[in-house]
Design a protein around this ligand. Structure first.
Ligand code: SF4
Length: 392
């Protein structure tokens, strides 16, 4: 099996239409060499100092990560950003829902008060950096599903739980309906919280995280119908399936983690005796069930860090993170679990070109690609996020 140590070179940010591209504000940046972009990015960082915070998600490409102040998962980054007193602008090198969460958490009423009433602006260098999983659950679809299931079950007894990888509108839906947000590291504790308050959970948008977590709580696959928002009736389920459910799973997934397969695990175990399989719980059940360790991005990083030299790993998560772990832990043997490239293509849209363009506009007093969640959505999202923070 051949590991894929690098990704393909970054694509130029063009539309493919020459006339449109000629008018594109990024045009002057496209012809610049990486070295020049790097120097210009660093010049803005120097000039703006502590007022600027550049955040980089663990799945971000290395050339961007080099210019970030903090690295982490989406929740850690937003929390770290929210604590900064000096920061006036956050540039989030992640995807859209992460920038929304940063806007909500960094502009909590107590944080604004601590900054003498000043808000923090959040910028996303490329607005096309979305998340395929978050896009699989639109608020109108979730509301329609809620109305449909209320015809056969009492939704007062259903606790909606959204994975943090979702639009702010879904977090607000949970806030309004007695629900909560979870991350991949606290999903089980959040489900326990939910079952203390209701008979059932409606889990979106990632069916795999919901299923893999609920299976550890003695909930069976049969008790977890999958709700397909495109099915004609009851999400593609019978009334009976919904009535006997414990967790109703939204039919969504991460296009990166969905790529890992049980046969990849089998091949590594056959070809590398003694190897350990370490995966993210966004992977399908068939992979999660047979892995040696399953856990959040943070747990994956800690597991590798705490392992003795010579440990052999095949890791099933985003490619840039696995390659970085490989570089940072030469004392261990680290492989990427899949024979094909599994990278977050949307996060990869954030490159040096977009970062430099965003920063130079900021320096010149122009906010480009600002993410600002409206007040009502912020209020209810915060309620769902604060419920999560209270879960131990
Ligand atoms: S890795 Fe998957 S869940 Fe994470 S941002 Fe990319 S598409 Fe979304």
């Amino acid at each position: 099996m051949v590991d894929l140590p690098t990704t393909t070179p970054p694509a130029q940010p063009t539309t493919g239409n020459d006339e449109v591209d000629a008018l594109h504000p990024l045009k002057p940046y496209r012809s610049l060499e990486n070295e020049v972009l790097q120097q210009r990015i660093e010049a803005v960082r120097q000039e703006l100092g502590d007022e600027l915070l550049i955040l980089g998600h663990h799945y971000q490409q290395d050339e961007v990560i080099e210019h970030t102040d903090l690295r982490g998962d989406s929740y850690q980054l937003s929390e770290m950003a929210a604590k900064s007193q000096a920061c006036r602008t956050i540039v989030f090198c992640g995807v859209h829902f992460m920038a929304e969460t940063a806007d909500i958490l960094a502009n909590r009423p107590d944080r604004i008060e601590a900054r003498d009433g000043r808000r923090v602006d959040v910028l996303l260098p490329d607005m096309a950096a979305g998340c395929s999983m978050a896009d699989m659950a639109a608020i109108a679809q979730v509301e329609a599903a809620w109305a449909d299931m209320s015809e056969v079950i009492d939704t007062e007894q259903v606790i909606p739980v959204t994975y943090i990888n979702s639009a702010a509108s879904l977090k607000a839906f949970c806030g309004r309906n007695g629900g909560i947000v979870c991350t991949s590291s606290n999903a089980r504790a959040v489900l326990e919280w939910a079952f203390e308050r209701g008979q059932r959970v409606f889990f979106f948008p990632d069916q795999h995280l919901g299923r893999n977590t609920a299976l550890t709580m003695d909930i069976t696959e049969e008790q977890m119908p999958v709700w397909d928002p495109y099915a004609l009736e009851m999400g593609g389920n019978t009334d009976e399936q919904i009535k006997s459910s414990r967790v109703i799973l939204w039919k969504g997934h991460c296009s990166v983690h969905q790529m890992f397969r049980a046969e990849h695990v089998d091949r590594f175990r056959k070809e590398h005796p003694g190897i350990k399989i370490l995966v993210h719980p966004e992977c399908p059940r068939e992979v999660n069930d047979i892995a040696d360790v399953s856990g959040s991005t943070g747990k994956i990083i800690q597991t590798v860090k705490n392992s003795p030299a010579g440990t052999k790993w095949a890791i099933g998560t985003e490619l840039h993170l696995v390659n970085r772990l490989k570089d940072e832990h030469p004392e261990q043997e680290i492989h990427f679990l899949s024979p094909v490239v599994c990278m977050c293509a949307t996060m990869y849209r954030i490159d040096l070109t977009h970062l430099c363009w965003t920063l130079e506009n900021l320096r010149d007093g122009r906010l480009v690609n600002q993410i600002r969640v409206d007040e009502e959505t912020t209020k209810w999202s915060l309620i769902a996020l604060e419920r999560m923070l209270a879960v131990k």
